[in-house]
Design a protein around this ligand. Sequence first.
Ligand SMILES: Cc1cc2nc3c(=O)[nH]c(=O)nc-3n(C[C@H](O)[C@H](O)[C@H](O)COP(=O)(O)OP(=O)(O)OC[C@H]3O[C@@H](n4cnc5c(N)ncnc54)[C@H](O)[C@@H]3O)c2cc1C
Length: 268
Amino acid sequence: MNTNREHLCDVLVIGSGAAGLSLALRVAERAKVIVLSKGPLSEGATYYAQGGIAAVFDEADSIESHVNDTNIAGAGLCEQDTVQFIAENAKECVQWLIDGGVPFDQVETAKDEAPRYHLTREGGHSHRRILHAADATGMAMQTTLQDNVLSHPNIEIFERYNALDLITEDKVGGRKDKVVGAYIWNRNQEHVETVRAKFVVLATGGASKVYQYTSNPDVSSGDGIAMAWRSGCRVANLEFNQFHPTCLFHPDARNFLLTEALRGEGLT
Ligand SMILES: Cc1cc2nc3c(=O)[nH]c(=O)nc-3n(C[C@H](O)[C@H](O)[C@H](O)COP(=O)(O)OP(=O)(O)OC[C@H]3O[C@@H](n4cnc5c(N)ncnc54)[C@H](O)[C@@H]3O)c2cc1C
């Protein structure tokens, strides 16, 4: 492949949604990070998420109940260790977002009281456990994380760069199962460049855009899954895709999600 430019970093994060930006911020305390986004930095499923994010904040709620609801919604197919881990760690992760400045809606409290968050309900949850920023939670998360990433001295952002393929060490006479970087397409100047990194993180989101009708954005085309597969990773559970039951359809416009709170609050 013809490449014009090589970049070096400790950690290459492919994807600038909630997953990629959160990870970048956490590792940037100790490492030089490059974050790639295929389109504009904000373009991904995260920006379009509306309803909110689930965590046990209410005293009347419990981890056990969150695990139970998740298992019911997952029709018995969920991996128990994963469900337990997520339910147990959700509050701490949401607190990390709050500390980073994400403006989740609060209920009014007395001046000397600690802030309390407004909790809504969404489909499948037996308790109020959804923290939200009005009905644009993803936008609030994405823009806050972006501000934090953009002001971090250890993070470099490559906007409008498509990761094309991972580079495995066998290309330079080493192991086939070791990833040492990626070929990237500079969309601004229309040429291929390379990134050499100690660690490469795939945070490229989902693949729902393979379907004609989806609430997901165009960038959700499964690139990371394909790159991982081509580099020798096993892939699994590809049959699971997010479909929202409440979308607005108009023949001349891009369809979009009608809030999930409609269902959770029993309005549909
Ligand atoms: C309309 C909608 C509503 C939703 N509502 C909720 C909700 O209320 N609550 C909830 O918990 N979840 C919700 N979700 C799901 C949630 O948004 C996603 O699970 C989450 O945002 C995924 O984050 P991510 O960082 O993994 O992916 P994304 O946010 O999709 O980010 C993927 C990133 O990868 C980049 N990328 C992809 N391919 C390449 C490539 N080849 N090279 C370089 N970069 C690449 C993209 O540019 C993007 O920056 C909703 C999703 C949608 C679409």
